[in-house]
Ligand binder design. Structure first.
Ligand code: GAR
Length: 208
């Protein structure tokens, strides 16, 4: 149960899909590997399974349907209201397939993270794994970066390589990429929890 009086880092997770990365973050917290709390999970897909995962973990789960809002800024304002209401310190996109506007980004300067299943800047967008396979690269991977107003762009915090094997298909490669994501994202969040991440001149600095 979350204790607002504690000094633990409060995370707000944004997702659009199954939420396996949310689950990895929940599990890392439960295992004592990540010194943070998830205070809210918000989805732009009210039927996203990730919201179910949040409820099962006892976390506030909020579905916002873009159709209920006049425009992107109105949608993001509603999301921001929830983030503030839940006293979120850092915003963590975990499979959030929607561009964030300055409404949220300006409220959390250099405190919005994104996870992407490629070695950015290669293969931006919603089909990074498919696109890497189609390009025939021998190496792809996972990136965690600070988000800006451009999809899958912004200062890079961490990257981990995943080789593309001779007989890989989408499912086999996706499985190995997800396994790496599930390790890397909680590790980066622990760096955040320890206050070791900063940005200067558009580049990330990690305190040793
Ligand atoms: C993850 O592979 C994440 O890297 C990707 O969505 C997936 C969500 O999986 N994000 C992007 O492609 C962002 N451009 P999950 O819902 O099982 O955590």
């Amino acid at each position: 149960m979350s204790d607002i009086s504690s000094k633990k880092l409060q995370l707000g997770i944004l997702l659009s899909g199954g939420g396996s990365n949310l689950q990895a973050i929940v599990d890392a917290i439960d295992a004592g590997h990540l010194d943070a709390e998830i205070s809210v999970v918000i989805s732009n897909k009210p039927d996203a399974y990730g919201l179910e995962r949040a409820k099962i973990a006892g976390i506030s789960a909020i579905g916002l349907n873009p159709k209920d809002f006049a425009d992107r800024n109105a949608f993001d304002q509603a999301a921001l209201n929830e983030l503030r209401k839940h006293q979120v310190d850092w915003v963590v996109m975990a499979g959030y397939m929607r561009l964030l506007t300055s409404t949220v980004l300006d409220a959390y300067p250099n405190k919005v993270l994104n996870l992407h299943p490629s070695l950015l800047p290669s293969f931006v967008g919603a089909h990074a794994i498919r696109d890497a396979l189609a390009a025939g690269v021998r190496m792809t991977g996972v990136t965690v970066h600070i988000a800006n107003e451009i999809f899958d762009e912004g200062p890079i915090i961490a990257q981990r390589a995943v080789p593309v094997l001779q007989d890989d298909n989408h499912d086999s490669l996706a499985q190995r990429i997800h396994a790496v994501e599930h390790e890397l994202y909680p590790e980066v969040l622990q760096l955040v929890a320890e206050g070791r991440i900063s940005v200067s001149s558009g580049r990330v600095r990690i305190e040793e």
